[in-house]
Ligand binder design. Sequence first.
Ligand code: NAP
Length: 502
Amino acid sequence: MTDTAERSGDAAAHAEPVRTRALIIGTGFSGLGMAIALQRQGVDFVILEKADDIGGTWRDNTYPGCACDIPSHMYSFSFEPKADWQHMWSLQPEIFDYLRGVADKYGLRRYVRFGARVEHARWDEGESMWHVHTADGDEYLAQFLISGAGALHVPLTPEFEGLEDFGGVAFHSARWNHDVDITRKRVAVIGTGASAIQLVPAIVDEVAELQVYQRTPPWVMPRPNNALPQWLRRVFTDVPGTRALARLAIYWAHEVVGFGMTKQPGLLRVGRLLGQWNIRRSVKDRALRRALTPSYRTGCKRILNSDIYYPAIANPRTEVITDRIVRFTADGIVTEDGRERPVDVVVFATGFHVTDSYTYVRITGPDGEELVDRWTREGVQAHRGIAVAGMPNLFFLLGPNTGLGHNSVVFMIESQIRYVAQAIAAVDDAGVTAISPRRSAQDDFNRDLHADLDRAVWSTGGCRSYYMDEHGRNRILWGGMTWQYWLATRRLRRSEFTFSGR
Ligand code: NAP
């Protein structure tokens, strides 16, 4: 068959739009959790997944050492506890397995269209339907559109001069190239965020030389992560209530950190002392200690945890480079002091497109209004971080200002899933076809939220982070305690919404 015939065959296969009541984007914790809730509610749905497997961030991030820095007894669905987590802070393969297990248990794979990258969604007011188009030319029609895409899925690789001429191998930490053997190679890791501090200790003993390019040092708290002893796993399995108790203890311990970040910055001094001690105990060189010590307040950028990062930094194979990178050459990296370091493999641990992640799917509301235009003009915002005024039946999970710097986002996701399920039920109860928040309710919510955020450490701590948009406004994090968010989303207040259609 020729290319053209194949394409026209495809076109014929794609001719009929797929109709469903609810369309979910993504198969991470958000998408899968939402699907389970809709299943329970008897709402027909389809899930669109850009990749060829489920799992979201836990499918994409396979770099050595990848793990979660929230304990798994908390970083898991409340309704799907797992007794035998191997570590307190799980490694990526176990979390990925957990998600696959959940998908299988609830039979979710049959609802997923894999390789379906959403490009455009357009609301049709007459039909009260979202028309959703994927990159492969398919069209889906759904009354409700729920994005579970999150904000940490589009890798950011900075545009360095000369990168295209680099003769070695280069890849992003979230697209780890497992075909490349790094054994005894000269490896450069660019960035020192959450991903870098996990992968640096995981590869240092394999490589010949490790160059760590640090722009801003992170605060790294001491934290051992040995395998949980067998007896403790048995306790969690056999003794009723122990898992729930562990979850509760983990939850409140993390909320204390949140209290420091949002209400009592004085508490964060403890973090500074712990972070300084963590450096001192592994790094003897004074100049290096100074280079590793942040100048901003603990918590301003994401607080990281590791007992093995600084020992890896102190390893004689590692060099921390704080001079700015000016360009790449065919053989290596040149820094602003004019020095060129030859390198075989470059890992960009440079994070993700976060505050602009919403620009990657075009959403066209009533009267042709582009959501990206509104958000570019007004800043990214939603009512309770979930629904958007003037955009009927559109919901975001982990949407604007609902990320966290201190506790499990799965807790936030579950609150949001419940809220979206209530919104759909409210539409059905009212005998209408569409729901969207009142502009006034959304504005009130965001005014209060930003008043809190302006006082929080992310704004006052003296750092630059991906939480902030180009105007210096935090568009990513929730501004209070997570139980406050739970309270704010526990019951959908109908008075905050307008209902339309039919
Ligand atoms: P990140 O926190 O955004 O860190 C990116 C790093 O790259 C920073 O050190 C940044 O420096 C540096 N960088 C960016 N552009 C650069 C440039 N042009 N030149 C030099 N350095 C540059 O990204 P991440 O480590 O992938 O983590 C992203 C988020 O994913 C985390 O905050 C967390 O929410 C999540 N995550 C969680 C875990 C976990 O649970 N343990 C693990 C991995 C990721 P600056 O600081 O100066 O900007």
